[in-house]
Design a protein around this ligand. Structure first.
Ligand SMILES: Nc1ncnc2c1ncn2[C@@H]1O[C@H](COP(=O)(O)OP(=O)(O)O)[C@@H](O)[C@H]1O
Ligand code: SF4
Ligand SMILES: [Mg+2]
Length: 351
């Protein structure tokens, strides 16, 4: 994977330089299941600035996809938004009815779904699939074909791809088609859910380069969802770390990668390769995220946290600003420098 701290990947802390395009406050989404209610997103707050690329990162099951889908109103039948505010270009998305939400989807907020590679319809050629999106803007015939070709060009694909069926394309090419579909109606915000997860490392880098290049050229805002912190480190301006349905740390990438303040972020940085660490020194975080039907009391990370103290298992740490634009929800964030040193040692995580 890319080098986290390579100079060409230096990040600009845009959080204060740009006004928020999307503002999520105390978002709550739950699922009704046979075992009761799973609080998949439980009070998440974060911002996405104009022309900013924000990485939403956390292990599988932490609520990233649920949070993202609730922003576009495309949710599973057993899901409900139970609280919060989502402001996008001045409108509260959670208050929109289905018809108003349809007007936002694709045209203002476009979604590249998880495993987009396989979400393309196998029985239709790429041209038809792109035209099905373009028709939402009333584009048909020759203008639609011209726009489809322009979209393929934008994502680095040859015109011949228009006539291809998905199975005739490589994984990386299918992912590029999925990105082209998302860009079809000139959205302001693109949400890409694990866009490079199924790809090999070289193709990952190429697709991320394309996405980053388009984001800059089109002044797009992007939410990049991934479980792999090295992916967000490679291309995102800001990072939002989710654990067990909650945001535990957020801020400019440079701050989170250089001076993580939450032990979960420190653990994620240890668990993925970067410049400083040989692959055989990677240290996984022991255990797995909690069952969201019955999350632990206090800090949800406490059962896995090597630095937990008694208070952690009793009181919920609030998400507070520890330096401008950098927030963390940890009772011990004032000691973050010392904890970071200890977090670098593999033995710290072997419990
Ligand atoms: N349709 C569903 N019904 C019940 N639980 C679900 C459903 N979809 C997701 N979940 C649960 O919600 C939690 C968050 O899932 P998800 O948003 O997919 O996380 P992530 O994208 O971070 O992997 C997980 O515990 C998952 O099992
Ligand atoms: S609040 Fe306590 S348990 Fe939670 S991350 Fe901080 S030190 Fe660990
Ligand atoms: Mg997901």
């Amino acid at each position: 994977m890319p080098d986290l701290l390579a100079p060409e990947n230096a990040h600009t802390p845009l959080r204060h330089a740009v006004p928020a395009l999307l503002s999520v406050r105390d978002l709550r989404v739950s699922y009704r299941t046979g075992r009761g209610i799973a609080h998949a997103v439980d009070g998440a707050s974060f911002d996405v600035g104009q022309a900013e690329m924000v990485g939403l990162v956390g292990e599988s099951g932490c609520g990233k996809t649920t949070a993202a889908r609730s922003l576009t109103g495309v949710m599973a039948g057993n899901a409900s938004v139970t609280g919060g505010n989502v402001t996008f270009t001045g409108q509260n998305l959670l208050a929109l009815d289905k018809q108003a939400m349809r007007a936002v989807r694709w045209k203002q907020i476009a979604f590249v779904p998880q495993s987009a590679m396989n979400s393309l319809d196998p029985v239709y050629r790429v041209e038809r699939q792109i035209k099905e999106v373009l028709i939402r803007n009333g584009l048909r015939g020759r203008p639609a074909r011209a726009r489809a070709l322009a979209l393929l060009d934008m994502v680095g694909l040859e015109p011949s791809v228009l006539a291809a069926f998905p199975h005739q394309l490589s994984g990386g090419m299918r992912q590029r088609v999925a990105i082209a579909l998302a860009l079809a109606l000139d959205p302001l915000l693109v949400i890409a859910d694990e866009p490079v997860t199924a790809l090999d490392v070289i193709v990952q880098r190429e697709v991320l380069d394309t996405l980053r290049d388009l984001q800059k050229r089109l002044h797009l805002s992007v939410i990049m969802i991934t479980h792999d912190i090295s992916v967000v480190a490679y291309c995102c301006d800001s990072i939002v770390v989710m654990y067990a349905g909650q945001v535990v740390e957020s801020g400019p990438s440079s701050a989170l990668l250089g001076a993580a303040a939450h032990p979960y972020t420190m653990g994620l940085c240890n668990a993925f390769p970067d410049l400083e660490r040989a692959a055989d020194l990677l240290v996984p975080i022991q255990g797995s995220p909690p069952d969201l039907h019955e999350p632990p009391a206090g800090c949800r990370f406490a059962p896995r946290c090597p630095f937990a103290v008694t208070r952690c298992t009793v009181q919920v740490p609030p998400l507070v600003e520890i330096e401008p634009g950098h927030k963390a929800a940890c009772w011990r964030s004032a000691e973050a420098g010392i904890l970071r040193q200890r977090a670098m040692e593999a033995t710290t995580w072997m419990r």
